[in-house]
Ligand binder design. Structure first.
Ligand SMILES: Cc1ncc(COP(=O)(O)O)c(C=O)c1O
Length: 387
């Protein structure tokens, strides 16, 4: 059987062969512990520090501002917990501002800080395109705010937030600002000086790097408490022997993403726009989710009224297309995703969500075939739901 066309690059990407080649020597030949004093350890340490410098160069920061973690979720957790506790100790402030459209690695961490540790979550409104506007932040920020978190680009509906403007507001109030760039780094400029952020999360598997490795940028002077204590690795912020092959893979995949960003974008943007235009025209009662222009260049997402999104995914899979839905549930009684409902869609729309994300292997013919197949499959999903 032919393997399905992969339209789920926002979920994960395959490892680029050039990245794999860079990683391979560090599994067995150069296996040392970078904290060891001997030469075998020093070789591993040299690879670690080269990787750190490569990340710093991509982010336009100092290498001692880059903390390696085990994934994008861990970077978000370290940023939120680490900065919330440190800021509360420093100023007494205990409010965390973030939107309901944040990835659960941010929103659930904020909720746990509220439930277990005496913080209070203030939900920032997003507009109908899913954007956190400077006006919404201005309205919510106050001297009780310990930390603000707003993602660079949304995973479910692709909208890009006005990060430099949001960061400027936080800076004027002297409040640390975290941004999750896990989706964004594959396609957008993540220069932390231009963005103005204090903390920025990355995860390698969204840009053709390996799973299980991420990084957190921590601006010098930003108070952060470690969430993994132990040895003094990662400047005392994240204990644990560093995973050198994965870190080398993260650095090489980010280097390639920066070097090839314009070419990757130029290839995918017209395909994305073709999908958006064609789906809205050919599928009755369909709406785009997220912003039409301020969105990731590989990301198209929709809601279809009265269609079960999970059923549609199964029909698409059977027809040879691997896509995803905004709905987190796989079976049973699915609830619409918080991110999609934050856009103002009622349940009968929000349950019928579809995300189509493109990448290196996407061929124009795959897009054509998908666009031909989709309208009938949506109608089938509607009929099966009501039947
Ligand atoms: C915006 C965003 N943040 C965080 C994560 C979590 O990243 P990881 O899977 O590396 O933990 C994801 C992954 O889907 C994401 O899209």
């Amino acid at each position: 059987m032919k393997s399905p066309v992969y339209f789920d690059y926002a979920a994960t990407t395959p490892v680029d062969p050039r990245v794999l080649e860079a990683m391979l020597p560090y599994f067995s030949e150069n296996f040392g512990n970078p904290s060891s004093v001997h030469r075998i350890g020093q070789r591993a340490e040299a690879a670690l520090e080269t990787a750190r410098e490569m990340i710093a160069s991509a982010l336009n920061c100092r290498s001692d501002e880059v903390i390696f973690t085990s994934c994008g979720s861990e970077s978000d957790n370290l940023a939120l917990r680490g900065a919330a506790f440190a800021q509360r100790d420093k100023t007494g402030a205990n409010w965390i501002l973030c939107s309901r459209a944040e990835h659960p690695a941010v929103s659930k961490t904020a909720l746990q800080l509220e439930k277990l540790h005496g913080f209070q979550v203030e939900w920032l409104d997003v507009d109908e395109t899913g954007m956190v506007t400077p006006a919404a932040l201005e309205k919510a920020i106050c001297d009780k705010t310990a930390l603000v978190s707003a993602m660079v680009a949304n995973n479910e509906f692709g909208t890009i937030n006005p990060i430099p403007e949001l960061a400027a507001i936080c800076r004027a109030h002297k409040i640390p600002f975290h941004s999750d760039a896990v989706q964004a780094a594959a396609y957008l400029d993540v220069d932390v000086e231009r963005l103005g952020v204090d903390l920025l999360s990355l995860g390698a598997h969204k840009f053709y790097g390996p799973k299980g490795v991420g990084a957190l940028y921590v601006r010098k002077g930003t108070g952060v408490y470690p969430h993994l204590t132990g040895g003094g690795q990662e400047f005392g912020l994240r204990a644990g022997t560093q995973n050198i092959p994965l870190i080398v893979g993260l650095a090489e995949s980010l280097r390639l993403a920066v070097a090839e960003r314009d070419a990757r974008t130029a290839y995918l943007l017209p395909l994305r726009d073709k999908i958006i235009g064609s789906v809205l025209e050919s599928v009755a009662e369909s709406r785009l989710t997220g912003h039409l222009e301020s969105r990731l260049p590989n990301h198209a997402s929709f809601v279809f009224k009265d269609a079960d999104g999970n059923l549609l995914l199964q029909l698409l899979d059977a027809a040879g297309f691997a896509c995803s839905s905004g709905s987190a549930c796989k079976t049973g009684n699915p609830e619409p995703s918080e991110a999609v409902t934050s856009l103002g869609f009622s349940r009968d729309w929000a349950l019928g969500s579809l995300r189509v994300t493109l990448g290196a292997s996407t061929a124009p013919a795959d897009v054509e075939n998908f666009l031909q197949a989709l309208p009938n499959l949506v109608e089938k999903a509607r009929a099966l739901k009501s039947g």
